[in-house]
Design a protein around this ligand. Sequence first.
Ligand SMILES: C[S@@+](CC[C@H](N)C(=O)[O-])C[C@H]1O[C@@H](n2cnc3c(N)ncnc32)[C@H](O)[C@@H]1O
Length: 203
Amino acid sequence: MRQSLCAMNDLNNLNEPQSISAIWTDTRAAGFAMPSEPLTCSLLRTLAASKPSARFLELGSGTGLSTAWLLDGMDAGSRLTTVDNDESLLSILKRHLGADPRLTVVCSDGDDFLRSIRGERFDLIFADTWAGKYRLLYETLELLNPAGLYVIDDMLPQPNWPEGHAQKVADLVATLESMKGYHVTKLSWASGVVLVAKTNPNS
Ligand SMILES: C[S@@+](CC[C@H](N)C(=O)[O-])C[C@H]1O[C@@H](n2cnc3c(N)ncnc32)[C@H](O)[C@@H]1O
């Protein structure tokens, strides 16, 4: 019994991508305070691996931690666009991941970027900033292909949440759960993850 519990320790054998330890070193040196958790990143990699020749979108690149895990799961025919408005964070990302030909890095305000890509389609969207999560939610879900996945984290209460944020989180979950054409799963795990799949009208 004890052995099987240990095997199910979430943090055992994460087998992180090669670039991660160097990105973490630069992330800490930069004092970046909002890095994605390894567990969430591991889930992203697994989901990415299930979507061959796919288009991925990440809103909120930070220093490239989640980007590195997504790239590690993607096959050679897949493409990832990652967006952040902070050039200094993106410079860390580019230093470690910029040579990957599957990756496009965009320095832009997230809202502006989302408005600029109407009509494009993605198979997985990781929305890790305000744009695409607490703002322009419908426009972002519209960007999903049928059977596409929308992933958000940081949904469990944190001591540093500003006044009123808990209500925003509750409202977002309620909105997602009320929408037709999507299946929603909440994971009270890691920082709190919500997985949303767009149903395929042809299936
Ligand atoms: C939670 S962090 C992203 C963490 C990252 N995914 C990781 O793996 O560490 C949120 C990011 O959103 C970015 N951001 C904040 N406001 C933004 C905006 N208006 N447009 C684009 N990015 C923004 C921040 O610079 C920050 O890097």
